[in-house]
Design a protein around this ligand. Sequence first.
Ligand code: SF4
Ligand code: SF4
Length: 183
Amino acid sequence: MTRPHLILNDELTWHDRKKWNEALSRLRDLFSHHKSDLSEMGRLARGLKGQIAAVDHFIQLNTAQVCPNCQKVCCINKHGYYDYQDLIYITALGLTPPLYGESIVDTAPCQFLSEYGCAIERSIRPFRCNWHFCTDLIDFMSAGPAKPLREFNLQFKKLQALRQEMIDYFFFILSRDNNLDVP
Ligand code: SF4
Ligand code: SF4
């Protein structure tokens, strides 16, 4: 169970730039100055990245059939920002978040939506983007062959568990070692 945290919690948003930058800078400091304490995080994050990549083909096959006909595309700008768990994940991978465009309202089309779909590789998209399946998509997937769907469901459960393990481990390390805490 992830414990509540002063800065790394559901309240963290890019729109509060001061807190966002502070969280990023603390995370970078943590990962660069406490490599040995957090080395397991890199392994977990790389495992999760591989697991997300493993479901890419199946999702892509299905979205390619359903999404081009969509009348109400779900990719609006507010979904394109990382949350605090995404930030922990990409920092553990040694990556940095994209530079978000200024003055784009949350309800506008997502700034990463290109004519070919999402411009961000699936394995490092905001996690919410990877588990959003609208009714049309679910219906289409359910009407397809059962075996690939079963395999996908299994892989998807695995990746959710891996992500939880990574986040739990991160907060376990922080709380075990108070001097690593992010105030
Ligand atoms: S996932 Fe569903 S809502 Fe989103 S673009 Fe595809 S069809 Fe539309
Ligand atoms: S999938 Fe990509 S384009 Fe769609 S909301 Fe997420 S980041 Fe934006």
